[in-house]
Design a binder for this molecule. Structure first.
Ligand code: ADP
Length: 479
């Protein structure tokens, strides 16, 4: 069965109108019937009173002259009044004197009691009205007349009223039905159109659709306008989001392209520079070896600078090559045990560890998908720095690993000289160092390679440190 709340708006409106007008009409009919009954009863009482008075007056002489037949004749005239069931005249002592029975004859009923001094009494019983009246002549109680009347007319009238009421009810329900259908379309049609629009919008995700404007000036029009404004705003926002997304994608693409260009340039430059540089370096070395002490003392010094410069340049070019190879020579990621990776890194640092009496510890380490060789490079750079940038204490480096949500956070913490936070970003740039080579050897490429490797794995790297308080390098990798 369809529930009322599942009805369409037109159906609801129709039912509502019919219910309201039907109820109103039923209540009105009920009230009218009640009112008609009261009025009819009052009218009947008044009518019987009048009848009793007239009949009583007409019977007075018959009673005074003890002429029951005369009284009977007078009563017979009541036959014309179809509602009178019976009428009787009694002597002042309550003796039956004369009577009229519509259905023939019988014995007169016992005279009903009437309060002393009261001219009249009436009551309704068994769908009948009884009325008794005292008749006086020249101020003296002469007789009593007693009337019994049916109330058939009331019932007939009520039936008629009901019939009329039913007809009116039917007519008004029909009118309400037609009117709701007619007016309902003014309400339901725009709402239905709004509904169809909303459905189309949500189905097609097309925010350029608009609900048709109504020509009314009611709440529905406001609703339609508000709905269209909402769509307008969504459309604008959608457009803005799309544009900015395209812009973002464009920027990312641009960045990737320029990165790739740079990498390519670094690779070609360093690769192509290697060859002539090797020639310069080897001939400088040859010069140094063959002509040491044979030219003047300045020449020996100059040649020394040449050899030194050439080999430093070779070092820089090698660093640059290593940096450019992070992206181009990276291997595919495979599940790798980080304990093995760290072991490899530490074995590469064996000499440095032994020379500085360093202590390197680590947490239990996970197995993650990565380029193992590159990650070994990361740990080698970070642990190597931790050992290298030590103060008077012997270095202690700890490797930590904690899982946080969807990533692992690795840390390499030392007890060395620390870093001023203002250089937190700079140290990750190519060839950026905070010290001279005399203070601490190195070229400034380690951290930039480290950063590049971490980012290639979808991670981030940063440092937490203060001068003199050791440094803690942290990086993340997707779990
Ligand atoms: P390099 O070690 O060759 O100098 P890096 O790129 O590894 O190059 O480091 C860049 C600079 O960051 C270093 O020169 C040093 O100033 C600073 N640095 C790196 N690691 C540490 C550390 N653990 N403690 C203090 N300073 C550090």
């Amino acid at each position: 069965m369809t529930r009322v709340r599942d009805f369409s708006i037109t159906q609801k409106l129709t039912w509502m109108n019919m219910l309201v007008s039907g109820t109103a009409l039923l209540l009105a009919t009920g009230a009218f019937l009640g009112y008609a009954r009261v009025v009819y009863r009052q009218t009947m009482v008044r009518y019987l009173t009048m009848r009793a008075r007239v009949v009583g007056a007409n019977c007075v002489s018959a009673v005074l002259f003890d002429d029951p037949k005369g009284a009977g004749d007078t009563l017979s005239a009541l036959r014309a009044d179809e509602h009178i069931v019976g009428a009787w005249v009694y002597t002042p002592q309550g003796e039956p004197f004369a009577g009229f029975w519509r259905d023939g004859g019988g014995s007169a009923p016992r005279m009903p009691a009437i309060a002393k001094g009261k001219p009249e009494a009436f009551w309704f019983a068994n769908d009948q009205l009884m009325l008794i009246r005292a008749i006086t002549f020249q101020g003296k109680l002469t007789a009593f007349v007693f009337f019994e009347s049916d109330l058939n007319e009331l019932r007939e009238r009520q039936v008629r009223y009901l019939e009329i009421g039913a007809l009116v009810l039917l007519a008004s329900l029909l009118t309400a039905f037609l009117a709701s259908r007619f007016f309902g379309q003014f309400v339901a049609r725009p709402i239905r159109a709004l509904f169809d629009t909303a459905r189309a919008v949500s189905r097609d995700k097309d925010f350029s659709i608009r609900a048709a404007a109504t020509d009314s000036h009611d709440e529905i029009e406001v609703l339609v306008r508000a709905f269209n404004e909402m769509l307008e705003q969504i459309q604008e926002r959608d457009e803005a989001v799309r544009k900015s997304a395209a812009n973002l994608a464009e920027k990312v693409q641009e960045l990737a392209r320029s990165n790739a260009d740079l990498e390519q340039f670094a690779y070609i430059a360093s690769h192509d520079l290697q060859e002539p540089l090797r020639t310069v370096a080897s001939f400088a070395q040859l010069l140094q070896r063959r002509y040491k002490g044979k030219l003047d003392s300045n020449a020996d010094e100059f040649i020394h600078y040449m050899v030194d410069g050439a080999s430093r340049m070779q070092g820089l070019i090698n660093d640059l090559l290593a940096f450019s190879r992070v992206g181009s020579r990276g291997k595919e990621f495979a599940p790798t045990d980080f304990a093995t990776i760290v072991e490899l890194a530490l074995s590469n640092l064996q000499t440095a560890i032994a020379e500085s009496h360093a202590e390197v510890t680590h947490d239990p380490l996970p197995t993650l998908k990565c380029d193992g060789a590159q990650l070994a490079q990361v740990f080698q750079n970070l642990v190597g720095n931790g050992i290298k940038f030590h103060n008077s204490q012997s270095p202690h480096v700890h490797i930590g690993a904690i899982r946080k949500d969807s990533e692992w956070v690795f840390s390499v913490k030392d007890n060395g000289i620390g870093i001023d936070p203002q250089f937190n970003q700079r140290i990750f740039e190519v060839f950026q160092r905070l010290h001279t080579r005399k203070e601490y050897p190195g070229s400034g490429i380690g951290l930039s390679i480290t950063k590049k490797i971490v980012e290639r794995h979808g991670g981030r790297i940063w440092v937490e440190s203060r001068p003199g308080e050791g440094a803690n390098f942290l990086f993340t990798l997707p779990a």
